[in-house]
Design a protein around this ligand. Sequence first.
Ligand code: ATP
Ligand code: MG
Length: 325
Amino acid sequence: MSDYLLEVKNLTKRFPIKGGLFGKEVAAVKAVNNVSFKIKKGETLGLVGESGCGKTTLGRSILRLIEPTSGEIFFNGEDIVKFESDRLRQVRRKMQIIFQDPYASLNPRMTVGAILSEPMEIHKLNIGKEVRKKRLYELLDQVQLPKDALNKYPHEFSGGQRQRVCIARALAVEPEFIVCDEPVSALDVSVQAQVVNLLMDLQKDLGLTYLFIAHDLKVVEYISSRVAVMYLGNMVEVAESHELYGGSRHPYTKALFSAIPQPNPNIKHDRILLEGDIPSPMNPPTGCHFHPRCWQANDECKQTYPSITNQSETHEYKCHNPIQL
Ligand SMILES: Nc1ncnc2c1ncn2[C@@H]1O[C@H](COP(=O)(O)OP(=O)(O)OP(=O)(O)O)[C@@H](O)[C@H]1O
Ligand SMILES: [Mg+2]
């Protein structure tokens, strides 16, 4: 059996833009392009990149909440892109998602008890009433919410508590893999650390594997064993999180990580300000998509898209003219 729970190969997602009288495809947003990566069992892979670079599209495509245009997604060694109805439902039980906004993702008319029971019903976990009640209390305990939460409605909770309800809902069907799509971005800073620590404790206790999407690089560095960096639909660098700060080879990663504030003012730290806007994913630049904003770009970068360079077993990047370490 392989060490990898998830192996994504050449995943691509295009959103067609239709227009004209007959609704013909007039253009396409290339949201995710030929993305390949692996996640080991029990590991957290962080996913970072500017807004619109395709993080959410990638996360949702992996769970087939949106259908990938092409590519393969091996989960426990099986390509789930080929799965239909029954098998897809079975595998979905093992793969869950937690969203950014705990306000929008809970039905305001359902009690927490009903919210947590729903996934068990959908997945036909036919357990008796008594066993289910025990399971609901166990879930609340796992996310550190009090027992009386069962009969309350989402509006009776704070943002952090609601996100705990969302986490409990994801856990209800005993998943192996969870896509965490900016799970703490909408929360107060003081609450963010509690929720991140809860996710880390749950990972340890339940052996979970995460894809953790976030804007906040500090949070990503803290929770992830490895980090993947996306730019305009492409994965441009993947490395162990401690390697990326100071050891990144892709100029985009370097710029992104140079923006993290350093607590120690004595450490020399040059902040790199990227110039220019993010290009449109409908019409990406030729060659390396980052070249119009890159201070290292040469002629080759303008013409050909770089292939993968393996710096080490855990570190790879796509760049013709990488940062010299
Ligand atoms: N349903 C859709 N139809 C057309 N375009 C879409 C659709 N969903 C996303 N996109 C486009 O795909 C690209 C990637 O979007 P996505 O939401 O995956 O980015 P993201 O990295 O998650 O951004 P953010 O950090 O803001 O959450 C964007 O250009 C977006 O406008
Ligand atoms: Mg997103």
